[in-house]
Write a protein that binds this ligand. Structure first.
Ligand SMILES: [Fe+2]
Ligand SMILES: [Fe+2]
Length: 385
């Protein structure tokens, strides 16, 4: 039963976030909504009413934490909280139109916080046992990321605030929930990736694309639950050490000098240092930051022979190199999908594991959909830092 309810809530969340990535009418959105309805209808064969409680950090059904509790707490239930709702009950007889009406209201509430109304078979429980206090505008506006370009904008704040753990933390988890939902919604269809509009935004757009690709690859190789969530957080933060590199070096059009290249090569260590011990950051995040440019045959930083890279780092690495090759940079034009995959394949079994590359090639890379690229720039060299 717990798994059934969990899947129903995840489908509801996917339908809600999918409306922003695509549109209310998109078939994938309708599919997720129907799926949620079907799963809840199955549950109604055994119980009359399904009541789910959403706390700040967890989502529970009958005192049991749902398997996707963290993702739901930062996604669907965070939205409900913004409307003053902490419990939602679905009753036998629930119709798809009632779910749609609930999602409509939740979506509208992202623009202007407002009271949300129940229906014949959906009931809400309010924080503190009462309905939202006074004017709808009292609640903080919910800033959803929703698409890769906006997600990249949110990421800039997260990077800025990561050490304090204050404003950035909520944004980080909302961003991660959005990425996980975008990926789950895109399963079997397309992963929406952003292309650069200006070279200045490279780091943030690239990072969000890496997070989308890494999450998708991790899911493909069987990662689930909190491990998947931690992987997504780690991917979002893998290049945070670049915060210490001057923009003039990061966006330099020509070849880097030796000193500049040394500066760039410090970002894995700087990133690990920034993340290590930062509040509420999963333990794997500094590891991924530290290891994502390492290879068994070199890379950086240099480590002792026999070093075993974490699976999360190896996943992020494949996504990182792929996105770097596909993107236009001041010093070269982005490669075609085919070219990028061929280059990765050359290092199959040495730099990258066969199983990871196969999963990436088969199920992830070909399902990406990019915005139209900006005007091409000259090709001079390849750099994937
Ligand atoms: Fe990167
Ligand atoms: Fe990097």
């Amino acid at each position: 039963m717990l798994d059934l309810i969990d899947r129903a809530m995840c489908s509801l969340q996917a339908a809600l976030f999918g409306r922003e990535v695509y549109s209310r009418e998109h078939p994938a959105v309708a599919g997720h909504m129907e799926c949620a309805h079907d799963l809840l209808t199955k549950a109604f064969h055994q119980i009359e009413q399904v009541t789910i409680l959403g706390f700040e950090d967890r989502v529970v059904f009958k005192n049991d934490k749902l398997p996707s509790s963290s993702t739901l707490a930062e996604g669907l239930f965070r939205r409900l909280h913004h409307c003053g709702v902490e419990a939602v009950s679905f009753r036998r007889g629930l119709g798809c139109d009632e779910i749609r009406a609930m999602l409509d209201q939740l979506e509208d509430a992202t623009k202007q916080p407002q009271k949300i109304n129940g229906s014949a078979h959906i009931r809400f429980g309010w924080i503190g046992g009462t309905e939202p206090r006074g004017a709808a505008g009292e609640a903080l506006p919910f800033k959803s990321a929703g698409n890769p370009r906006r997600q990249a904008g949110v990421l800039q704040h997260v990077w800025r605030d990561i050490r304090t753990g204050k404003p950035g933390q909520g944004e980080l988890m909302t961003l991660v929930a959005d990425i996980c939902t975008s990926v789950s919604l895109s399963r079997g269809i397309t992963i929406p990736l952003a292309s650069l509009k200006t070279h200045d935004e490279y780091t943030f757009v690239h990072t969000i694309n890496v997070a989308l690709l890494s999450t998708s690859l991790a899911e493909e190789v069987g990662m689930r639950g909190d491990a998947l969530l931690d992987l997504t957080v780690s991917a979002v933060l893998h290049d945070i050490g670049k915060r210490m590199i001057p923009k003039s070096v990061l966006n330099k059009a020509g070849k880097l000098t030796d000193d500049e290249w040394k500066l760039v090569q410090r970002h894995p260590e700087d990133g690990a240092r920034l993340l290590f011990g930062a509040p509420d950051i999963p333990a794997v995040a500094p590891i991924v930051a530290f290891e994502h440019h390492m290879y068994p045959d070199g890379g950086y930083p240099r480590v002792a022979a026999g070093w075993k890279m974490h699976l999360a780092s190896r996943i992020v690495q494949v996504a990182d190199v792929f996105d770097a090759m596909r993107t236009d940079r001041p010093y070269r034009k982005g490669m075609s999908l085919q070219e990028a995959l061929e280059i990765l394949q050359k290092d199959a079994g040495t730099r990258y594991e066969h199983a990871l590359l196969d999963a990436f090639t088969r199920r992830v890379a070909g399902n990406t959909q990019r915005e139209l690229p900006e005007a091409a720039s000259d090709i001079t060299s390849i750099r994937t830092a």
